[in-house]
Ligand binder design. Structure first.
Ligand SMILES: NC(=O)c1ccc[n+]([C@@H]2O[C@H](COP(=O)([O-])OP(=O)(O)OC[C@H]3O[C@@H](n4cnc5c(N)ncnc54)[C@H](OP(=O)(O)O)[C@@H]3O)[C@@H](O)[C@H]2O)c1
Length: 299
């Protein structure tokens, strides 16, 4: 079902000939993004960026699997899609719990028969006032949900995708990974791990399965409810696009990485941040200051 780049192996192994270098006839560009007959799994698909991804994949023709901790929320999103003729289902699963991931994968394969696209999107970025307020429990939870669970899920699904002959895995990172600030240290470390993991998994599952990451900057989702908007607006003035992203602005990037539009892209980290990573301080993820102790009062 998923097209993999393996049929183009000879472009690597033989001397280039006219067959390789001549422009191939190009059909309809929309076919590149057609996901008809494919099954896409989105963790954290009940709200925010994940909900946009779910709708984007469905509108491109895919069957969609919605995962989050809350069964009701997953079922509600799936029911909305089923009502308009999309094949969809919800599965409750805690991404930070290693033992819940294999039953999730088994359940999806039992019900849908295959997975063509996995988006490791679920993530948490809990706030704290001082670094010493970060408990071992909080640290472990941030690492578990943002890094450990995505690794385990990608390992389980990637292996089966290889056996099935193709697929695409997309990990959702954060510009915090490359512009960490003092208020998101465990989260930034976890997301830096996600970027590294993406490259390692691309090696592990290539050439059959592609593994990429999307690296969002500041988007207005439930995560942004914790931001001091006054401070954020001030910081956003230094972003090339001068604003936060609207959640539907993630759709193009994930459709690209999930579809045949990106058959020669793997191990890449695609930044979608309005240029925020190039602004002066930190990630632009609402972070108030690069100091060691975070003062959440407006500056
Ligand atoms: N928004 C931003 O500015 C921004 C910036 C950079 C990166 N990101 C990344 O983008 C991704 C999506 O963020 P968002 O802003 O869309 O977040 P969001 O609006 O808070 O939504 C998070 C989603 O993840 C689910 N979730 C949370 N904890 C989970 C767990 N332990 N197991 C399974 N599902 C869980 C939530 O559903 P339940 O509550 O039902 O579990 C929800 O569907 C995250 O990885 C985040 O780190 C976001």
């Amino acid at each position: 079902m998923s097209r993999s780049p393996t049929n183009q192996e000879d472009t690597v192994l033989t001397k280039p000939t006219d067959t390789h270098t001549a422009a191939r006839p190009f059909g309809d560009a929309r076919d590149l993004f057609d996901m008809s007959g494919r099954v896409a799994v989105v963790t954290g698909g009940t709200r925010g960026l994940g909900l946009v991804m779910v709708h984007a994949f469905a509108s491109a023709g895919a069957d969609v699997v919605v995962v989050s901790r809350k069964a009701d929320a997953c079922d509600e999103v799936a029911a909305t899609l089923c009502a308009v003729g999309v094949r969809a289902a919800g599965y409750a699963c805690h991404m930070g719990r290693w033992g819940e991931l294999e039953p999730l994968v088994d359940g999806v394969y039992r019900d849908f028969g295959r997975i063509d696209v996995l988006v490791n999107n679920a993530g948490i970025s809990p706030r704290y006032d001082r670094l010493t307020d970060v408990t071992e429990e909080l640290f472990d939870k941030v690492i578990a949900v943002n890094l450990k669970g995505p690794f385990r899920l990608a390992a389980l699904v990637g292996e089966r995708m290889v056996a099935d002959g193709g697929g695409a895995i997309i990990n959702v990172s954060s510009t915090g990974a490359v512009r960490p600030t003092s208020d998101i240290v465990p989260y930034a470390a976890a997301k830096a791990g996600v970027n590294a993991m993406t490259v390692g998994l691309a090696h592990a599952f290539g050439p059959t399965v592609r593994v990429n990451a999307v690296m969002p900057g500041p988007f207005l989702t439930t995560i942004s409810h914790a931001w001091d908007m006054e401070t954020f607006r001030e910081r956003a003035r230094t972003f090339p696009l001068r604003r936060a992203g609207a959640s539907d602005e993630i759709a193009g990037a994930v459709l690209y990485l999930a579809s045949d539009a990106s058959t020669y892209t793997t191990g890449s980290v695609l930044t979608v941040d309005g240029g925020a990573q190039w602004s002066m301080a930190g990630t632009g993820e609402g972070s108030p200051s690069p100091s060691l102790e975070v003062d959440s009062s407006p500056r």
